[in-house]
Design a protein around this ligand. Structure first.
Ligand SMILES: [Fe+2]
Length: 340
């Protein structure tokens, strides 16, 4: 039984040495930027959330993530369980916050009671004709170029030093449910896609993905939902014409099924556009999957790890990941020989 059940991810925080350059990139990425108090840049999507991305002035760094609790009462429960205080949240939207630190030292701010704006209206979704059905008749498709329309923050991916330890902490605190657990080899879990427990309400296949990789802990990427597939492609063209740095895409993932498009901000932090992801309720349970499932695509370019001439096979990658996880567990054994 978890302490609380969070309802969604709220924001990601970064530091960067040039806020104007960050503003330029985020605007081209499709976020709506605005200045906050102090030397801080905020950006929001179109769902009415007060902000989804925050940058403070400083050396380039990932500074943590925000999760949204269902109520201020839940924050009080969480604060009491963790021995910390509920504080006023001095950020756009206000509300209350509980500040925690995950097992790898990542700042996790849990917020509630924020003031939301009304969602911005979306362009009408154009009916798509296919061989199975032709609902669009006597009407042409005409799309306006420009940045994608980011709706909301959908998930964050963290590389962790010890998957089991981090998974336990996030599940115990926030009630995450595993959608797909990734096994480097049968019996050796190295990561999991985890969704919020919203009961019967279907929710994103993953709000958080934790992965234990040989490369060590750190931020992997944050992913933002855009209006539609056309919108994602228009955004791709816009970022490409602005000569921003692509990271991976466009393609369709296997786990979660999203159409994805990854880009790097000016300091190398990856942000993803996605659309058309899977939604599951609490009753939909959990699955096990392989490294191949994690890194392969249903269509689109291969993961950058597999793109080179001397790229390793997914089997080799899985074997290296398995070794890395098992060696880590070996060194984590207590003097009595029991694993932590
Ligand atoms: Fe992602």
């Amino acid at each position: 039984m978890s302490i609380i059940k969070i309802e969604d991810i709220a924001f990601v925080r970064f530091a960067a040495p040039d806020l104007d350059e960050m503003r330029s990139f985020l605007t081209q990425f499709g976020l709506d930027c605005f200045d906050g108090q102090g030397d801080r840049l905020y950006a929001k999507g179109r769902d009415g959330a007060p902000f989804v991305h925050s940058t403070e002035h400083g050396d380039p760094a990932f500074r943590g993530l925000g999760l949204r609790a269902q109520s201020v009462q839940d924050l009080q429960l969480l604060a009491a369980a963790e021995g910390v205080a509920v504080k006023d949240f001095a950020a756009p939207g206000g509300g209350k916050v509980v500040r925690l630190t995950d097992p790898d030292g990542v700042s996790v701010e849990v917020v509630a009671g924020q003031t939301f704006d009304a969602p911005q209206p979306l362009a009408e979704d154009i009916p798509r004709n296919s061989a199975a059905g032709r609902p669009r008749q006597r009407a042409a498709v005409r799309l306006a170029g420009g940045p994608a329309h980011v709706i909301r923050l959908g998930h964050c991916v963290l590389n962790v030093s010890d998957f089991q330890m981090s998974e336990r902490w996030y599940k115990q605190c926030f009630g995450f449910i595993t959608s797909d657990e990734i096994e480097a080899r049968p019996g050796t879990a190295m990561g999991a896609f985890m969704r919020c427990d919203r009961g019967d309400l279907p929710t994103d296949h993953h709000t958080l993905f934790l992965a234990q990789l040989p490369s060590g802990k750190g931020f992997s990427h944050a992913a933002f939902e855009v209006a539609s597939f056309d919108d994602l492609m228009l955004g791709h063209n816009h970022l490409k014409s602005a000569k921003r740095a692509p990271a991976w895409g466009v393609g369709r993932h296997i786990l979660g099924s999203q159409i994805f498009d990854y880009w790097k901000d000016p300091w190398g932090h990856e942000l993803e556009h996605w659309t058309d992801g899977d939604l599951f309720s609490a009753a939909d349970g959990s699955n096990k999957a392989t490294v191949q499932d994690l890194l392969a695509v249903q269509w689109g370019p291969p993961h950058p790890m597999f793109a080179g001439k001397f790229a390793p096979s997914p089997n080799v990658v899985g074997f290296i990941m398995m070794l890395s996880v098992r060696i880590k567990r070996l060194f984590r054994r207590s003097p009595q020989g029991a694993t932590a």
